[in-house]
Design a protein around this ligand. Structure first.
Ligand code: NAD
Ligand code: UDP
Length: 315
């Protein structure tokens, strides 16, 4: 296959580049580097089947030659990032998805949208199944991301139904691993960076909100299987092991240095407004259709991520 990965210099996009190249495919990574880094793909420079194009996908996308698949991963993904660039987040979810779908249609390529558990908002159904329509505040700070992704899903289904584009939608639940930005503001990088610096870990609120964390290699496997499957409707990919954010902070302290304290903070900005209180994927659909389930234990994944961050912190 010849595949285009938008957001290819980001955390997940760069791992997908590795996976597709590893399977012998040709990869074009496209990114405007708003939250990504060329450092994530510098090891691929010179690879005969890899090409990087710096481009903002909210503008017309031009690719020479055939394409078999378009994986649309471009979008800020950390709440701190999308609070800083709310308009760009709305634009890449809406205009960027439109451009990427138009490209897939023109090339006769399969299209895969990176959607998110945020389409469920602060969920009233737990664990979240794909048939749940969600509880999203459109005008809250997270609305720029959540509604853009909901629009992106609607646009993807419209291109499927109206233009017969062969589409896939993955709803990704919190994923972590090497190549997350140290300062991207998400819980895992924040906590690891703080623990490695011997600083207190900043738990927002009382830390009773939950998340379920998936290691990046498991996510990549799920995305790869979904692309090759025939399933058009959304599929959750994530780990089902749910924990409180306080438990996560304690685990990271134990694995990273054992001496940091925890401090409970109430950020004064909009960071925790509409913060989902509970999140856990129901992955029965992925198990049944993709024969997929996560394999990496939290401790193993966190250790690998801590090692990666250690190298960065210590230069
Ligand atoms: P990331 O910020 O590391 O990567 C996103 C990449 O998209 C960055 O390299 C950024 O520069 C690029 N980008 C943003 N706007 C662009 C534009 N207009 N044109 C070209 N490139 C652009 O984030 P990530 O965690 O790798 O997330 C990747 C995708 O997966 C996103 O679509 C995100 O919504 C989705 N997702 C991620 C998670 C997660 O836990 N990591 C969870 C749910 C969904
Ligand atoms: N969080 C925290 N301290 C931090 C960063 C995040 O307590 O330094 C909390 C945040 O409020 C949320 C959870 O950790 O409840 C996960 O946040 P993250 O930004 O990783 O992802 P989200 O699932 O909210 O998109």
């Amino acid at each position: 296959m010849r595949v285009l990965i938008t957001g290819g210099a980001g955390f997940l996009g760069s791992h997908l580049c590795d996976r597709f190249l590893g399977e012998g495919h040709e990869v074009i990574a496209m990114d405007n580097l708003i939250t990504g880094y060329t450092a994530n793909i510098e090891h691929l420079a010179g690879h005969e089947k890899f090409l990087f194009i710096r481009h903002d996908v909210t503008n017309y996308i031009y690719i020479e030659g055939p394409l078999d698949a378009v994986l649309h991963f471009a979008s800020p993904a950390s709440p701190v990032d999308y609070l800083e660039v709310p308009i760009q987040t709305l634009k890449v979810g809406a205009l960027g998805t439109h451009k990427a779908l138009g490209l897939a249609k023109a090339k006769g390529a399969r299209f895969l949208l990176a959607s998110t558990s945020e389409v469920y908002g602060d969920p009233l159904v737990h664990p979240q199944t794909e048939d749940y329509w969600g509880n999203v505040n459109p005008i809250g700070p997270r609305g720029v991301y959540d509604e853009a992704k909901r629009f992106a899903e609607a646009m993807t289904m419209a291109y499927h139904r109206y233009h017969n584009v062969d589409t896939r939608i993955v709803r990704i639940f919190n994923t972590y691993g090497p190549r997350m930005r140290l300062n991207d503001g998400r819980a895992v990088p924040n906590f690891i960076a703080q623990a490695l610096a011997g600083e207190p870990l900043t738990v927002y609120g009382d830390g009773s909100q939950t998340r379920s964390l998936c290691y990046v290699s498991d996510l990549v496997e799920g995305v790869y299987r979904l692309l090759l499957s025939e399933e058009v409707e959304p599929i959750n990919i994530g780990n089902t092991k749910e924990m409180t954010i306080l438990e996560l902070a304690e685990k990271i302290i134990a694995l990273a240095n054992g001496s940091s304290k925890i401090t409970f903070v109430q950020p004064k900005d909009q960071r925790i407004k509409d913060d989902p209180k509970r999140r856990q994927p129901n992955i029965e659909k992925a198990q049944r259709i993709l024969d997929w389930e996560p394999k990496v234990e939290l401790e193993d994944g966190l250790r690998k991520t801590i090692d990666y961050f250690k190298e960065r912190v210590q230069g």
